[in-house]
Design a protein around this ligand. Structure first.
Ligand code: ZN
Ligand code: ZN
Length: 318
């Protein structure tokens, strides 16, 4: 099969012909149709996450067809031990021994993938392969982050990329008010956010038109934490939804005072996936995608790194 391979962090992916490993007990072989590109892929490729499998096939938002014809999604959470104190208390997202697709096991920047059947999700009908792929991380980890925002009515979204463009649609459908923050001066993305129902969109250095009850930070920028706290009302929560963030600068206690909180969201549970994939067609969530061929994965990563992607970048494989 053809695959795009990371030999060492900091290097471009290399196009290779590889043999797919044989599926083990409980595993499926899937022919990959599409794989969406996540910011986490960039963190892996750029060496910001420790100890990836090497060489590695990245990609954890995989839509594929199993040998028996079922269309399935392969998400970030690829395997858990089922027996640690986290797994046995409904928190498999925090499993001590979890394996992650496209990080510690091979992912979907390839023509085929082997995945543990227990961690695959059926893809809802009505979504084309490339439209469905971003639901698998941008969508469902965004959904987990949105749940951490509680019943906040005025919701700030910092970084209006793949995840925010999906979660804004869900949040509007729930009746929340959306305030979207982009890189300062990125008027194109601000206009995109307004199209998706944001009542205010501006730069992350601006104050929104109203206080926020909660903020979700999708951008990997630690300085946004005190900025979001400053924009948040008493009792509000700031949710950090990414796997990696630059250091958070120190800030006066006053920003946290009055029962504000800061929390991170890690990975997903299978429950999150089942819930979100059942919900998405009802909203209905529509994903905006920019398509790339598998061989152009490095171009897709570069576009994401430079903030040139509207919605989600997706590799089309079949
Ligand atoms: Zn576990
Ligand atoms: Zn992801």
């Amino acid at each position: 099969m053809r695959a795009m391979v990371l030999d060492a962090p900091g290097q471009p992916l290399a196009a290779r012909e590889l043999d797919l490993r044989a599926p083990g007990e409980g595993e499926l072989r899937l022919g990959v149709r599409a794989c969406a590109v996540c910011r986490t892929d960039l963190h892996v490729v750029d060496g910001e996450l420790p100890n990836p499998k090497l060489p590695l096939i990245p990609g954890h938002q995989v839509v594929g067809i199993a040998d028996d014809g079922r269309r399935l999604g392969v998400p970030w959470l690829g395997w858990t031990d089922g027996e640690c104190r986290y797994c046995t208390t409904g928190r498999e997202n925090l499993c001590d021994n979890a394996r992650f697709t496209g990080y510690t096991i091979d992912g979907g920047y390839a023509e085929a993938i082997v995945a543990d059947e227990r961690f695959c999700f059926p893809i809802p009908d009505g979504y084309a392969d490339e439209q469905a792929a971003p639901l698998l991380c941008a969508g469902l980890i965004g959904w987990r982050a949105l749940r951490f925002a509680g019943d906040a009515e005025r919701l700030g979204l910092y970084g209006f990329g793949a995840s925010a463009h999906i979660i804004a649609q869900v949040a509007r459908w729930q009746g929340r008010r959306i305030f979207a923050f982009t890189r300062p001066g990125d008027e194109e993305t601000q206009a995109f956010a307004r199209e998706l129902g944001a009542e205010w969109a501006g730069g992350s250095d601006e104050r929104p038109s109203d206080e926020l009850d909660a903020a979700i930070i999708f951008a990997p920028v630690g300085a946004l934490v005190p900025a979001a706290l400053a924009a948040t009302a008493k009792g509000g929560v700031v949710v950090c939804a990414g796997i990696h963030m630059s250091d958070i600068p120190s800030f006066p206690y006053e920003l946290l005072w009055n029962e504000r909180s800061v929390v991170s969201v890690a990975n997903l549970t299978r429950q999150d996936g089942a819930e979100f994939l059942a919900l998405a067609p009802h909203v209905p969530v529509r994903t905006e995608v920019q398509l790339y061929e598998l061989a152009d994965a490095n171009d897709a990563l570069a576009a994401l790194r430079e903030g040139r992607v509207r919605g989600s970048a997706v590799l089309r494989v079949a």
